[in-house]
Write a protein that binds this ligand. Structure first.
Ligand code: SAH
Length: 354
């Protein structure tokens, strides 16, 4: 019989599993706490369970625990980037950022990505597979364990498109915010999407009080299609209507991400077009100086253009910030660390799953 992934089970499901094994329901509470509060690394750590029960659990369940293969720490601001290996040999990356208001972890939601955004390293090798609930949870648990830091904020902005791994992401959010688990506040979670309009509407109906970040990156369909293939499937009207729906349902202000690429989306006319596009919406625009990747010849906008773009938005009373660069000395755009690690293994003739 195939083993059940215990860290992906809600407490109700765990209770049922244990009932099926003839165990008392309170055991489920104990085990859930070991998994999701005490962040145990294996059944042998669950010392308030009998040896006999631990053996039974071992037989029945799979215990997902990520293996850290590399860690890079910024000397400037303490940002840490982690590479983790999954049970099947896949490699993913996650980041810990330390802010005054608390520690934030940026997690991956898929191994690779199939969205194809032109400036993004995560999508270069395509999608390998979705991450499981347990794997996403364990990105946070592992980082909290390794760093000894309490994590208060989580952003789904690493490799992958969260809404393309919809069911697992929704379950992950329920478990992450569950008061019997790590109990992260929904308000401290941001889900970033390249704009799967129908899924944004479904997600609004889940009624999470999380922040939705939309990767906009261009103020019109024509420019957007040049850098984001998803824009061929959903036009801006459809995507923005879905964001309005999310706002109406949840009351949560939308965050628009706009990565500035020299000569592609950073001129004054485009800034004005962006003003017209979002005027009147309760939103916030996050300008991200693009992180160039070596496989493409996109360049970061100049400091002058970035400032100019921001000034135009501000003059028109649009909420805007330029994203502070974290860990500049371990600089690696989304997915670049993972990719360079895989390239290195390939060069060395090492085994690497893809
Ligand atoms: N798939 C989701 C989340 C992952 S990427 C999404 O598209 O939103 C998180 C953000 O980083 C997105 O806005 C993405 O477009 C942006 N991004 C990706 N590669 C980048 C790069 N090289 N430079 C700047 N921003 C980048």
């Amino acid at each position: 019989m195939e083993k059940v992934d215990i860290k992906s089970l809600t407490i109700e499901e765990l209770k049922q599993e244990l009932a099926g094994m003839g165990e008392k329901p309170f055991r489920a509470g104990q085990i859930y706490e070991w998994l999701h509060v005490k962040l145990a690394r294996g059944f042998d750590e669950m010392t308030n369970l009998s040896k006999d029960l631990r053996n039974k659990l071992e037989e029945r369940f799979e215990f997902v625990s990520l293996k850290m293969v590399e860690k890079f720490e910024s000397q400037i601001d303490g940002t840490c980037k982690f590479l983790f290996e999954l049970a099947d040999g896949s490699i993913i990356e996650s980041v810990l950022m330390k802010y005054q208001h608390g520690n934030s972890v940026c997690i991956s939601t898929q191994v690779g990505c199939r969205m194809g955004c032109r400036f993004c390293a995560s999508t270069l090798g395509g999608l390998e597979r979705n991450l499981r609930v347990s794997e996403m949870l364990d990105e946070i648990y592992s980082i909290q364990r390794i760093s000894g830091e309490r994590v208060s904020n989580v952003v789904l902005m690493g490799t992958g498109e969260p809404l393309d791994n919809y069911d697992n992401v929704v379950r992950f959010l329920h478990m992450l915010t569950d008061e019997k688990g790590l109990h992260i506040s929904q308000r401290n979670i941001t889900v970033s999407t390249c704009g799967l309009a129908e899924r944004i509407r479904d997600f609004a109906d889940e009624d999470f009080a999380v922040t939705l970040a939309l990767s906009l990156h261009a103020p019109n369909n024509e420019d957007r299609r040049k850098i984001m293939p998803i824009a061929n499937k959903y036009n801006l009207d459809e995507v923005l209507a879905a964001c309005d729906y999310f706002y109406d349902k949840t009351g949560r202000r939308i965050s628009f991400e706009y990565s500035l690429v020299e000569g592609v989306n950073d001129n004054a006319e485009q800034a004005m077009e962006l003003v017209r596009l979002v005027k009147g919406k309760n939103c916030h625009i996050n300008l991200i100086p693009v992180n160039p990747i070596k496989e493409r010849d996109y360049k970061r906008s100049t400091g002058k253009n970035i400032q100019n773009f921001k000034n135009i938005l501000e003059k028109n009373r649009i909420n805007v910030t330029i994203r502070r660069e974290m860990g500049a000395d371990i600089n690696a755009a989304c997915g670049q660390l993972r990719k360079s690690y895989k390239d290195k293994l390939t060069r060395q003739g090492g085994e690497v799953q893809s």
